[in-house]
Design a protein around this ligand. Structure first.
Ligand SMILES: *Cc1c(COP(=O)(O)O)cnc(C)c1O
Length: 402
C-alpha cells in the first residue's frame, strides 16, 4: 500500500476551530469586531499603517484599481507567470493587461522590460511575488518614479493627480511573511494584496487583504474608508457601524460586494497568532528539498537564494533539466500512481483559451515558457511530516535519475 501525500491540505487546529465557534456563538457573524481586529494585527505584522479585508485577493486588487480610478482605455502591466486572477481582475475593470515576460531563468517579472512597456496609458503595475519570493521592490519603484513625467492622470481622478505616477500594486497572494532586507514585506509598494484562500500559507477558507501606508499625501485613513465603500456597495457605514451610529447611510459610489465575514476573520486571527510556527515548518521542508535536489545536476532548485530576500516558502517549484511539457506531465502521472500529488505553477496566463482569443501568444514570452515547461511544484505545507517530504524527494530522484 502506498502512502497518500496530498498537495496542499489546510492546517486547521483546535484553536482555529474554537475561534470560529466562538464567533458563531457570539451573535455577530458578518463584518465586525473580528474583522477590525484581524485587519489591525495584519497591518502590524506587515509593517504597514492600515489594512482592509475582502472576500478574496482577487477582489482586494480589483478594489485597489477602482480606488485609483483604473478603467476603460487604461493599461496595467503584469506578468504572464501568475494565476489568471491577476489579469482577470484587470480585465474586469475594463483596462487592458500588458504582459511583460519574466527575466531569464527567473520566475519574476523582467524589470528592464517593464521600463520599456510603460507608456502614457499605463495606470498601474502589478508584479507578483511568485511562490512567496519578493520581486525587486526598490527597482520597480524607481522605474515608476523615473517615468512619472509620462504619467497622464485622468481628469476625473484627484487620486491619480495626487500620486502623479503609476500605482504599484503588489500581488502578494503567496508572500505573507516573506522578508526584504530583514523586514516582513507589505509596505514596499503602494499596496500589497494577500490571499487567504484554502491553499495559501494562512487561510480564512476564502479571503484577502490589502495593506498600505499613506500613499503620497493620501492619508491611510481616507484610503481605508474609500476601500470599505468599494467593498460594500459604496455604503458609507458598515452594518456594524449602523448598529451604533444610527440607521441612516448614504451610497456614495457604485461599489461592489466583497467584504470579509467575522467567521473568516476569526479563523485568520487564530492562524496569524501561530503563523511564525507555520512558516518555520514550511522552511524546514523547503530546506530539506533544497539539500536533496541540489546533489544532482539533473535538477534546478528554485532560484530564490539572495542575501537580502527571504521567501515565505509558499511553493517549491523544482525544474528538471532537459524536460519538455510531456516529460513533466508523465512525471506527475507516475508520482500520482504511487500516491504523491504534484502540481504545476503556473501555466502562463497567455496560454489559456480565453487569453489566446484576446490575441495574446506564448511565443512573445519565451522566458515564461522555459520556466513552465519543466516545472513541478512539490508538496509543501505545515502538516507535512519531514519524513514524508523526504519520501517525496526520494521518489522523484529515483524516477528522474536514470
Ligand atoms: C491565489 C492567487 C490569487 C488569488 O487569490 P484569491 O484569494 O483566490 O482571489 C492571485 N494571485 C496569485 C498569484 C495567486 O496564487
Amino acid at each position: 500500500m502506498n502512502k497518500e501525500i496530498p498537495f496542499s491540505p489546510p492546517d486547521i487546529n483546535e484553536s482555529d476551530i474554537a475561534s470560529v465557534v466562538q464567533t458563531l456563538e457570539s451573535g455577530w457573524i458578518t463584518t465586525g469586531a473580528k474583522c477590525r481586529d484581524f485587519a489591525s494585527r495584519l497591518a502590524e505584522y506587515t509593517n504597514t499603517k492600515n489594512a482592509n479585508l475582502f472576500s478574496s485577493a482577487t477582489s482586494a486588487m480589483e478594489m485597489a484599481l477602482h480606488f485609483f480610478g483604473v478603467g476603460q482605455g487604461d493599461e496595467v502591466i503584469t506578468t504572464p507567470y501568475t494565476y489568471a486572477a491577476t489579469s482577470n481582475l484587470v480585465l474586469h475593470t475594463g483596462a487592458k493587461p500588458i504582459f511583460v515576460d519574466v527575466a531569464k531563468d527567473s520566475f519574476s517579472i523582467d524589470i528592464e522590460q517593464v521600463d520599456n512597456a510603460i507608456d502614457v496609458n499605463t495606470k498601474a503595475i502589478i508584479p507578483v511575488d511568485f511562490a512567496g519570493y519578493p520581486v525587486d521592490y526598490a527597482e520597480i519603484k524607481s522605474i515608476a518614479e523615473q517615468k512619472a513625467a509620462m504619467f497622464s492622470a485622468s481628469d476625473d481622478s484627484s487620486i491619480q493627480r495626487t500620486l502623479g505616477r503609476v500605482l504599484l500594486l503588489l500581488d502578494a497572494a503567496h508572500s505573507l511573511g516573506a522578508k526584504n532586507n530583514d523586514k516582513t514585506i507589505g509596505s514596499e509598494l503602494d499596496f500589497a494584496a494577500f490571499s487567504f484562500h484554502a491553499v495559501k500559507n494562512l487561510t480564512t477558507a476564502e479571503g484577502g487583504a490589502l495593506v498600505y501606508n499613506d500613499i503620497a499625501s493620501i492619508d491611510n485613513g481616507f484610503i481605508n474608508k474609500e476601500l470599505s465603500k468599494w467593498a460594500l456597495h459604496g455604503q458609507d457605514k458598515s452594518a456594524f457601524e449602523k448598529t451604533t451610529g444610527g440607521w441612516q447611510y448614504d451610497i456614495d459610489l457604485i461599489g461592489y460586494k466583497c467584504n470579509m465575514s467575522d467567521i473568516s476573520a476569526a479563523l485568520g486571527l487564530s492562524q496569524l497568532m501561530r503563523y511564525d510556527a507555520i512558516l518555520a515548518k514550511r522552511k524546514a521542508i523547503y530546506e530539506l528539498y533544497n539539500r536533496m535536489f541540489s546533489q544532482y545536476e539533473e535538477f534546478i532548485i528554485p532560484p530564490f537564494d539572495s542575501e537580502n530576500k527571504e521567501t515565505s516558502y509558499h511553493l517549491y517549484p523544482l525544474r528538471i533539466k532537459g524536460y519538455e511539457e510531456a516529460d513533466r506531465d508523465t512525471l506527475i502521472m507516475k508520482m500520482k500512481q504511487i500516491g504523491i500529488s504534484l502540481n504545476v505553477h503556473f501555466k502562463p496566463v497567455v496560454m489559456h483559451s480565453a487569453y489566446k482569443r484576446l490575441g495574446y501568444n506564448i511565443d512573445d514570452y519565451p522566458n515564461a515558457y522555459n520556466m513552465f515547461k519543466n516545472e513541478v511544484s512539490l508538496p509543501l505545507y505545515s502538516k507535512l511530516d519531514l519524513n514524508d517530504a523526504e519520501y517525496v524527494a526520494k521518489a522523484i530522484i529515483e524516477y528522474c535519475i536514470k
